[in-house]
Write a protein that binds this ligand. Structure first.
Ligand code: PAF
Length: 311
């Protein structure tokens, strides 16, 4: 028999001899499935001088996303979490189809946080107003390296949807993870170029205990591959340790060799680049900051990561 008990901060505990279920709790959560509904509701809130933050996501939420949402909840009155698998940023249709869609689960996870969260989960035709196509942008060379050549059209797709989200939600601040560092720099650029009036806040990478950067794609890995994938972070740390003693070429060669020796991995790139311009660097220069960037495939799942080489 189930017994209903009130827990100290209003959570409900359902107690049976076998099951204890802590009812998920958040202050206020609403879902908006259409752009018009969301825009109307936000207009009302803006009249009341409510601060609005935006966390753009494609769903399949994990602790990395939650860290962005927590930061926004702390700095704003309302946090809009967009959950939308954006078709225009996928250059591989298999990847688009395989992308996990877990709206109910995502909402349950968001409900565990404290604060006002509005989930914006539109249909493709709604957010794109029926015309699903990318816009042209001048990314000033930020797109010509690493992810750019490996995923043609990807950044145009990202920029198109992020610009659209910024124009719909009109947040003061929007939160993005450093795991997609190249994406982050491109979004900062377009926010300025297009005068979108949004401060783009970068948030640190959240890692699993093994060091693997949290990603929605991790759930597509077998247990073995997930544990082996910690090699990615280990290699970034190794590069950082050798950063002042070995040449960039030597570091790159050694890392490439490590992945070649490991049959599970297929290394797409490992690059050391200047943090601001993202241009591959040949050697250390005074007063410059560098990051190492990596993309590998493991069990057909493409994973990316990066790490600052000097502070
Ligand atoms: O980083 C992501 O999840 C996506 O690229 C973003 C920014 C939500 C745009 O679809």
């Amino acid at each position: 028999m189930l017994k209903k008990t009130r827990y100290k901060d209003n959570k409900l505990l359902w107690i049976s001899p076998f099951v204890v279920f802590l009812a998920p709790q958040s202050a206020l959560m609403q879902r908006y499935s259409t752009t018009a509904e969301l825009e109307n509701a936000l207009r009302e809130q803006r009249k009341k001088k409510q601060k609005i933050g935006l966390v753009p996501t494609m769903g399949a939420l994990h602790n990395g996303h939650l860290s962005l949402v927590r930061r926004s909840l702390f700095q704003n009155d309302i946090t809009v979490v967009s959950i939308f698998v954006n078709p225009t940023q996928f250059n591989d249709s298999t990847d688009l189809e395989a992308y996990p869609r877990t709206l109910e689960k995502d909402e349950a996870l968001l409900r565990t946080l404290e604060g006002t969260i509005w989930v914006y989960a539109p249909e493709v035709s709604d957010i794109y107003s029926g015309i699903v196509e990318t816009k042209y942008y001048d990314f000033k060379g930020l797109d010509t390296v690493m992810e750019g050549p490996n995923r043609p059209g990807h950044f145009e797709g990202v920029a198109t949807i992020v610009e659209r989200l910024f124009r719909i939600v009109k947040p003061k601040k929007a939160y993005f993870g450093e795991k997609d560092y190249q994406q982050l720099q491109i979004i900062k650029l377009i926010s300025k170029q297009k005068r979108l009036g949004v401060s783009v806040i970068d948030c640190p990478i959240v890692r699993e205990n093994s060091g693997l950067a949290m990603s929605s794609r991790n759930q597509r890995l077998s247990e073995n591959a997930r544990s082996e994938a910690s090699l990615i972070y280990q290699q970034l740390l190794w590069a950082k340790r050798r950063f002042t003693t070995l040449s960039f070429d030597r570091i790159k060669e050694e890392v490439a060799q490590t992945f070649t020796d490991h049959s599970l991995f297929d290394l797409e790139y490992f690059e050391i680049a200047e943090s601001a311009t993202l241009q591959p660097a040949l050697e250390r220069r005074k007063n410059k900051k560098y990051r190492a960037f990596i993309a590998v495939r493991i069990e057909g799942v493409r994973l990316i990561d990066n790490l600052a080489m000097n502070e």
